[in-house]
Design a protein around this ligand. Structure first.
Ligand SMILES: C[S@@+](CC[C@H](N)C(=O)[O-])C[C@H]1O[C@@H](n2cnc3c(N)ncnc32)[C@H](O)[C@@H]1O
Length: 222
């Protein structure tokens, strides 16, 4: 196993092969890819259904812009941030339209533009609890769409992670799992009301949440 010194070094090495193994036509045949592809397509559908075309979207941990590529015509502006500059270079090629902007940086350190919706798929898995708190503290948009992973002790996904990850739980190269009550509690602590779009199951440990800031919900009369 390679001994990485930082999350940036880890992701510069991992993200493009990971995307190839999940999103390419050949990678899509792998049994590991369907949950990630389903998550992407479900999330794209939710954005198209729930957001106006004049909304501003912020995507954290955007990778090389796979999600962004599906948002053409669905928003007035899009800003994606990822720690891996290799992924950002590729995102700029994949989605060159001027309304789509990309920046390389750590989401916990970089400034973010104002947005109506903040999206993060596959990011909570790589942040420890204090980092997750810092992430939620930074969010200013009235709505959020994000994923998390919850797998029971006997779920085969846990074995897969054991084989793949560094043994140190809190390190950047060890994937985290969070229980649904923990995630729902976090959302509520930060003043959001959660709508569980996809609940984690044994076959698919990935959860997807749409959350609306309680004050935004009141002013929209929902
Ligand atoms: C599992 S991939 C998911 C990529 C993409 N969101 C998707 O669903 O296809 C995790 C992504 O998080 C990014 N990432 C991890 N930690 C980050 C951080 N602190 N700041 C910015 N990006 C980060 C990685 O570079 C990688 O692109």
């Amino acid at each position: 196993m390679v001994d990485y010194d930082s999350a940036k070094e880890f992701w510069e090495d991992k993200i493009l092969p990971w995307e190839e193994s999940r999103y390419s036509a050949i990678g899509g045949l792998s049994p590991l890819s369907w949950t990630v592809r389903r998550r992407l397509f479900k999330a794209v559908g939710m954005v198209r259904e729930r957001m106006d075309k004049d909304s501003r979207i912020l995507e954290l941990a955007c990778g090389s812009g796979h999600f962004a590529g599906h948002l053409r015509g669905a928003c007035s502006s899009y800003f994606g941030i990822d720690i891996a500059s290799k992924a950002i270079e590729e995102a700029r090629v994949r989605v060159p339209e001027s309304t789509f902007q990309f920046a390389a940086g750590d989401v916990l350190e970089s400034p973010w533009p104002a947005a109506d919706l903040t999206i993060f798929l596959g990011l909570t898995d790589w942040l420890n609890p204090p980092e997750l708190n810092r992430l939620f503290q930074k969010i200013t948009s009235p709505e959020i769409l994000f994923s998390y992973t919850e797998a029971g002790t006997l779920n085969p996904y846990r074995l897969y992670r054991k084989l793949m990850d560094s043994p140190e739980e809190h390190r950047f190269d060890h994937a985290k799992m969070y229980s649904s009550p923990f995630i729902l509690g976090l959302i509520s602590d930060f003043g959001f009301k959660a709508d569980t779009v996809v609940a984690p199951t044994v076959a698919n440990p990935g959860g997807l949440i749409w959350a609306v800031r309680a004050s935004a919900e009141q002013s929209a009369g929902r």
